[in-house]
Structures are given as structure tokens and as C-alpha cells.
Design a protein around this ligand. Structure first.
Ligand code: TMP
Length: 226
């Protein structure tokens, strides 16, 4: 692997992160529309998933019994999916000049497996260096919301989905303390990398959150855009 040459092209790599019920998926959609209206070529994708093989791994992670994997196994599965996603989707799209907006990326593993499950940041970082190397988002927007509010939103969303095939609520069923550690993990990541990460208050109406995200992206990334 040759990390610098894996990140060619004029595209930009933007990730949205946050705990359950923060509204990431809605915001990915709105942000993509806003950037397209500015004439940019935009691709949206998600993790775990975003490529056929990675979506198969996703099914192992988001459904089933809460304790079905050890923290390490779960981390390996997320990174296996991530490498597929990079090779099949993210890197080719960036090389073609697209702006890739990704709903979750590696910070989710640090927050959920590193902090939430207690695997620790060092273990996640070691795996990250091996699997992902120097590839990193140009900008990461962390949607922050109090755990109770986020879980309540996620719960309402799940009840709207009743009857839909395949329940994807394995992480939502983890206990409150787990989700508090995840939130703390995201905030710690942001504090350590302020040049890459911006924390956005997601406990507001979606249109206000969307306006702030668009402002952040334009301010940070469009100066030298194609
Ligand atoms: P989603 O609900 O945002 O689609 O994500 C599915 C779940 O996967 C979510 O509850 C968080 C979890 N997750 C991790 O635990 N680690 C990771 O690295 C990623 C990408 C997601």
C-alpha cells in the first residue's frame, strides 16, 4: 500500500458522525443536494456498507443479539467492511473528482468500539493504520445530541419502520451507559483533531442543522474547489 497515492484526484471526502438519532442520514441527503446545486459532483454513501460486500458485512453488525460479537471481532468486521468500501466506492469516486459524503466512517469505530465497548483507542488506531493507512476525511462533521433525546428519536424512527424487512436496531438496544461513552468518544475525537472535526449541535430543527453544516463545508472546503 502506498498511502499518499491512494488519495488522488480533486474530490473531497466529508464524513458525518454522531450517536443514535442525531439525524445524520437526513443531513447527508440535504447537504448533497446543496452541494449539487453549486454544480459539484456529489456521491453519498454510508458505513457500515456502501459497497456490495460491505453491505453483506453490515447485516452481521446491525441486527441480531446485542452481545453476538466480542469487541475485537466487531471491530474487525467494521474494518473489513471499511476496506471494501474504500476500494470499491470511496477511492474510485475521489479519484474521479467527486465529493464523497459518507454517513459514518472510522471515527464511529473509535467511538463505538474503542470507547463504547472499551476496546480502547490504541487498539483501534493500530488496526486503522494497517487497514486504512493515511487516508482521512478532509472534513468531519460530528452531530452531537444528548443521549436520551437521540435514543428517543431513534425509537420513534424504528416504530415508523415497523413491518419493514430486517431490523437494524442492534446498537440502539445497547444500554444507556454505552451510548454515553460513545458520545464522550466523539467529543474527545473532535477535541484532539480540531482542524478536521467540527461539532454541530444536532438538538435543533433539521433545517437549522442543515444550514450550519452547509456553512461549515463551504467555509472549510470550497476555497480551492474545482
Ligand atoms: P447507522 O444506524 O448510522 O446506519 O449505523 C449502524 C450502526 O453501526 C450504528 O448504530 C453505529 C454502528 N457502527 C459502529 O458501531 N462502528 C462503526 O465503525 C460504524 C461505521 C458503525
Amino acid at each position: 500500500m502506498d498511502p499518499p497515492s491512494e488519495r488522488p484526484g480533486r474530490g473531497r471526502f466529508i464524513t458525518l458522525e454522531g450517536g443514535e438519532g442525531a439525524g445524520k442520514s437526513t443531513q447527508v441527503h440535504i447537504l448533497a443536494g446543496a452541494l449539487r446545486r453549486r454544480g459539484l459532483s456529489v456521491v453519498t454513501t454510508r458505513e457500515p456498507g456502501g459497497a456490495p460486500a460491505a453491505e453483506e458485512i453490515r447485516a452481521l453488525l446491525v441486527g441480531g443479539a446485542v452481545h453476538r460479537w466480542s469487541a475485537m471481532t466487531e471491530t474487525l468486521l467494521h474494518y473489513a467492511a471499511r476496506r471494501e468500501h474504500l476500494d470499491a466506492t470511496i477511492l474510485p469516486m475521489l479519484a474521479a473528482g467527486a465529493w464523497v459524503i459518507c454517513d459514518r466512517f472510522a471515527d464511529s469505530t473509535t467511538a463505538y468500539q474503542g470507547y463504547g465497548h472499551g476496546l480502547g483507542r490504541d487498539a483501534v488506531r493500530a488496526l486503522h493504520d494497517l487497514v486504512v493507512g493515511a487516508i482521512r476525511p478532509d472534513l468531519t462533521l460530528i452531530l452531537d445530541i444528548p443521549v436520551e433525546e437521540g435514543l428517543a428519536r431513534a425509537c420513534r424512527r424504528a416504530s415508523d419502520r415497523v413491518g419493514a424487512a430486517g431490523s437494524e436496531d442492534r446498537y440502539e438496544r445497547m444500554d444507556r451507559a454505552f451510548h454515553e461513552r460513545v458520545r464522550h468518544g466523539f467529543l474527545a475525537i473532535a477535541e484532539g483533531e480540531p482542524e478536521r472535526c467540527i461539532v454541530v449541535d444536532a438538538n435543533r430543527p433539521p433545517d437549522r442543522v442543515a444550514a450550519e453544516l452547509e456553512r461549515c463545508v463551504l467555509a472549510r472546503l470550497t476555497r480551492d474547489a474545482p
